[in-house]
Write a protein that binds this ligand. Structure first.
Ligand SMILES: [Zn+2]
Length: 372
């Protein structure tokens, strides 16, 4: 981005100290915001770039994707149900990675104001990092683990803006999951897991039975050591100490009122991926109940194997239908800006527009731009 003074009709900063500035100026040097105020106050501090009658918000954060599956775009029909969807994923796993699908989707989202993609690393890492780098986007990488404990985690060293994740509690030894969370805690990094996505997940944890349990045994996904704890999967996650304010639980579609209570009390954030849930056919997230329980919500697109695009605005449009009509534009924008920035530990750079933060913003599209 060029150094200079950017002029915009309205800036929604997501900064509680100064949430909204009309006729705003954002002074940028070396891709950082060095001043943010009314344009009239900053006039004369640099060459002016007039963005016109637009509403700006902080650059968007996609809190959950699997970029390594981008080449599966359009290959798996909608609404098959989880088992048939997962079978297709297995059968397509040796398909060559086509960078072009990822490039096209990343570029489309960059122009819509995306700043950060949170990726569950699943191969093709070098190509993915190169594409994000070329686009000027930041990646946050979760290295996902499953199965039995392998090696000593205490020796594990990861670069900045990355951490460890558990695939799901049905695919990992619980003691290993606990160790992974402990590693994240000791290194002050976020932790993530797919949680309560699939119908039958609770049945599995309650009594070890059901169609989903049979599928996991057939596919050898369920660890040999598995013993049904006799509780819901959310309750089990809570008992293992996996839920706290640095946890990003993904999906949480199959949740009872009691489960919502566990999630709310823990301070964990929930990443909703409603378009992926519909595509696979696992149900609809209880966004309203979660919002009313004050659970911090984020949005993710999940992979292009279960979504038509990485478009966060399209994801927001779906979630908005599930939330109270009384929500303000900043209330909605929180799901794709400040909430994910907080749980991922990125708020020093992203999530709000303020002095010192990265100079990346999104132009809020209609109809949201017309909300006051
Ligand atoms: Zn996922």
């Amino acid at each position: 981005m060029h150094d200079g003074l950017y002029k915009a009709w309205r800036v929604l900063t997501m900064d509680p100290h100064e949430p909204e500035i009309y006729e705003a100026g954002i002074l940028v040097q070396n891709d950082r915001i060095v001043a943010l105020d009314r344009f009239a106050v900053l006039r004369g501090t640099g060459p002016v770039y007039d963005l016109g009658r637009v509403t700006l918000c902080p650059g968007l954060i996609n809190a959950h994707t699997h970029l390594g599956m981008s080449h599966l775009q359009g290959q798996i029909p909608k609404g098959l149900g989880f088992k048939a969807w997962a079978d297709r994923i297995f059968s397509l796993r040796h398909q060559p990675f086509n960078e072009f699908f990822l490039f096209q989707n990343v570029e489309a989202m960059r122009t819509k104001g995306l700043a950060v993609l949170t990726d569950i690393v699943g191969g093709h890492g070098e190509q993915i990092r190169a594409i994000l780098g070329d686009s000027g986007l930041t990646g946050f990488f979760f290295y996902e683990l499953s199965g039995q404990c392998k090696g000593n985690l205490t020796q594990k060293v990861l670069p900045d803006k990355s951490s460890l994740a558990v695939h799901a509690l049905y695919s990992i030894d619980p003691e290993y999951a606990r160790q992974i969370k402990a590693w994240c805690h000791s290194t002050n990094r976020p932790f993530s897991l797919h949680l309560a996505e699939v119908p039958g997940e609770n049945e599995l944890f309650i009594d070890g039975k059901g169609e989903f349990a049979d599928f996991l045994r057939f596919r050898k996904i369920l660890p040999k050591s598995f013993v049904a704890p006799g509780t819901s999967v959310v309750s089990f996650a809570q008992s293992l100490g996996l839920l706290d304010p640095k946890t990003l639980a993904v999906h949480c579609v199959q949740v009872s009122e009691t489960d919502l209570g566990f999630l709310a009390d823990s301070g964990a954030s929930v990443c909703l991926c409603p378009r992926s849930n519909t595509w696979i056919g696992v149900g609809e997230p209880q966004a309203l109940a979660m919002y009313q329980a004050n659970i911090p919500l984020c949005l993710g697109t999940d992979s292009l194997g279960s979504n038509e695009s990485l478009n966060l605005w399209a994801e927001l449009a779906v979630v908005q239908q599930l939330l109270p009509k009384s929500l303000t534009l900043p209330d909605l924008l929180a799901l794709i800006t400040i909430n994910p920035a907080k749980v991922l530990g990125l708020e020093k750079d992203f999530g709000i527009l303020a002095v010192g933060r990265t100079a990346l913003w999104a132009v809020v599209p209609k109809p949201w731009a017309d909300m006051h």
